[in-house]
Design a protein around this ligand. Structure first.
Ligand code: FBP
Ligand code: MN
Length: 654
């Protein structure tokens, strides 16, 4: 007996496929897709605002575009011709301007260029269905591009046919626009899906530019990093998150992200710092410049601002920790451990001299209370953050496209770690009144965090905001994966042993086959082509550390995109590429500039560092999408059966 539920579902489906023919056609279409090679996935993490390098690897497909050009033209083009074509595809409008400025953009250049673009387009679109390629095409040129890139067997004189189209494009003055649209189409087809595994924000000059470029990205998911949740908390109005962001932005000389990127004024903090710390050189608060600026007035002011917001941050965090005993962070409340008369602080039972003894706004009988002026500063900053429409839009993208983890084509993606015990079991953590571990812990934390934005209950919103701060630096935070964040010690205590942040035992255990298999089981990845893919921990690449652990089952892809971390990793970021032949990990050299690429055609240097070739070509049918398509095929077959046995009436046009 076909149950009512099923019939209702099939009736609904029959609206979309009103006849046996329409259902059968769709089945044939879906069946054909299953046998196509899987789309190419790119994985990036820890971009940290390094916008130009990030934008470049999206444009050049981390080297994939140049590979396609080589495939098409081989040695029929000289290297510089291939580089010219590549840089045009990466930066079409900028390159066009440059070619014109050189007086080279004549009709023959356009004709040659258009033909070459069409050839590259044909190869990058060959692995997809025509409908998928058509959807990727720009509205204005869809018809023409389709004419040009689809083989025309029946056309007798193909050359004349194509020449006619190309000449017309040039004659009617659409060549520039056409070149731009074709280049963007090639870029889009080279990266079928983009995964970002956390830490878009902080340390770099262009986090907001990165977010802008992701807003309309054709196929994307984002696993939140501990820096990203800090910005989520700030946008939701969590003041300790706000103080951390302002402090880090000053520290890395990135206030432009806040002031120009998000229109958040620093004026209240400027005025407060100038007055409160007028005679204080704030020596512990040196600025980490991208290019050294020396001790200018601006630098001196930035140091005062950094000290002012740091004191506010420690006070706010002290209050927050007291409010949440379940965070087990009492050891991070250090202001009340300061003996200001002796100029020392008591840390884990040991007394250390503090390098800065001037805290005019701290009443050491009640050290976590903000002064009236400090309250006014943080209130104004909070107001700016929660009312910043652009930041809201960016955070909405993180909420819509992201989460704390994702299982995608049998790979488990998350920024940090799964909290573990030494014996390889999942560590139980009690943040919500019950012991949780592994996947359940992740799910419950994400549910709580989302309430900061969507709950109508103020207590739930506040708990959600606070958990975002906890995720940033809590000792059991799966996104942080270290026992403490030693910001206080790194500002005020000389003894570097106090700066140490002990990593979660996860980072040792991910070399253990059994432990990794238990994580696969926990999160539902199976089979030999399952992987764990993380960011967060910079790989000391040039010192010989491998990003590939547990004989290929675990891949850590934080290659230090952000300039301050180039010295840590020795490279400028990794891209992991997963196509129908398998996995390939590439390492980037620092990106020079758009101008250098356009003028010299010099591309970003990208080298392959690891590869895992799959035994057989991976088809769409082997992917999550393939599973969904097979379910659709099954439903359509049931619909056809229901049509045939009269359970459901076809809606045939008469
Ligand atoms: O997630 P990430 O990028 O490692 O950032 C967290 C780490 O950065 C730190 O906050 C140090 O950062 P800064 O050097 O930028 O201050 C560490 O204390 C912490 O372990
Ligand atoms: Mn991180």
């Amino acid at each position: 007996m076909v149950n009512m539920e099923k019939i209702r579902f099939l009736q609904c489906l029959s609206k979309q496929y009103p006849t046996i023919d329409s259902a059968a056609t769709e089945i044939i279409n879906l069946q054909s897709i299953l046998n196509l090679p899987k789309g190419t996935e790119h994985f990036l993490s820890d971009i940290h605002g390094e916008y130009r390098a990030f934008s470049h690897v999206l444009r050049n497909g981390s080297g994939a575009v140049m590979k396609k050009i080589d495939d098409v033209f081989g040695d029929t083009l000289f290297e510089d011709q291939k580089e010219d074509l590549a840089s045009l595809i990466y930066y079409p409008s900028e390159k066009l301007d440059y070619v014109k400025s050189q007086g080279k953009a004549d009709d023959s250049w356009y004709r040659t260029t258009l033909y070459r673009l069409v050839s590259v387009c044909q190869i990058v679109s060959s692995k997809y269905t025509r409908s998928k390629v058509r959807k990727a095409m720009p509205d204005n040129f869809r018809y023409v591009i389709e004419e040009l890139i689809t083989e025309k067997k029946e056309v007798l004189n193909k050359k004349a046919y194509y020449d006619e189209i190309i000449n017309t494009i040039i004659e009617i003055g659409c060549a520039d626009e056409f070149i731009i649209e074709m280049s963007n189409l090639i870029q889009q087809l080279v990266i079928d899906h983009l995964h970002i595994i956390g830490d878009i924000y902080d340390r770099g000059y262009g986090s907001h530019f990165v977010m802008d470029s992701l807003l309309n990205y054709h196929s994307l998911d984002i696993q939140w990093g501990n820096h990203d949740v800090l910005w989520m908390g700030a946008s939701a109005g969590q003041t300790a998150c706000i103080a951390n962001i302002v402090r880090t932005s000053i520290l890395y000389d990135n206030l432009s992200v806040l002031e120009n990127g998000y229109g958040i004024s620093m004026m209240p903090l400027v005025l407060f710092a100038m007055e409160q710390y007028a005679d204080d050189p704030c020596e512990q608060f040196a600025i980490r410049f991208r290019h050294n600026q020396g001790m200018t007035t601006q630098t001196k002011l930035a140091m005062k601002m950094q000290k002012a917001i740091t004191v506010i941050q420690f006070k706010l965090e002290g209050q927050l920790i007291a409010k949440h005993p379940e965070y087990k962070m009492d050891n991070r409340r250090l202001l009340d451990k300061i003996d200001i008369k002796k100029g020392t602080v008591l840390l884990d039972g040991k007394e250390y001299e503090i390098l800065d003894k001037n805290f005019p706004t701290i009443n050491f009988d009640n050290p976590y209370e903000l002064t009236k002026e400090e309250q006014s500063v943080i209130a104004k900053l909070r107001n700016s953050f929660i009312n910043c429409g652009k930041l809201k839009k960016h955070i909405k993208l993180l909420l819509n496209k992201g989460g704390l983890y994702r299982v995608y084509n049998n790979n488990i993606l998350f920024h940090g770690c799964v909290p573990m015990n030494e014996d390889g079991t999942f560590r139980k953590i009690n943040l919500f009144g019950e012991d949780l571990c592994g996947k359940a812990l992740y799910d419950e934390i994400e549910r709580c965090a989302r309430k900061a934005f969507f709950s109508v209950n103020e207590d739930e919103r506040r708990t959600g905001r606070d958990i975002l701060w906890y995720l940033w630096n809590g000792p059991d935070s799966p996104l942080y994966g270290r026992d403490k964040m030693t910001t206080f010690e790194r500002y005020f205590i000389e003894d570097e042993s106090t700066h140490k942040e002990k990593k979660d035992v996860y980072y040792k255990l991910i070399n253990d086959d059994k432990v990794v298999d238990s994580i696969f089981a926990e999160f539902g990845a199976k089979g030999e082509n399952a992987h764990i893919i993380n960011g967060h921990v910079p790989i000391h690449h040039t010192e010989g550390e491998s990003p590939v652990k547990c004989n290929g089952k675990v891949i850590l892809i934080d290659g230090g995109f952000s300039q301050p971390y180039h010295k840590v990793t020795g490279i400028a970021g990794y891209t992991l590429i997963y196509n129908s032949y398998g996995l390939m990990l590439t390492a980037h050299e620092p990106f020079k500039s758009v101008d250098a690429t356009i003028r010299s055609g010099r591309d970003m240097q990208t080298n392959q560092v690891a590869k895992e070739v799959s035994q057989k070509r991976i088809l769409v049918g082997d992917t999550d999408n393939g599973k969904r398509l097979r379910e659709n095929i099954k439903d359509l077959k049931e619909l056809i059966k229901a049509y045939r046995d009269g359970t459901i009436r076809q809606n045939q046009k008469n």
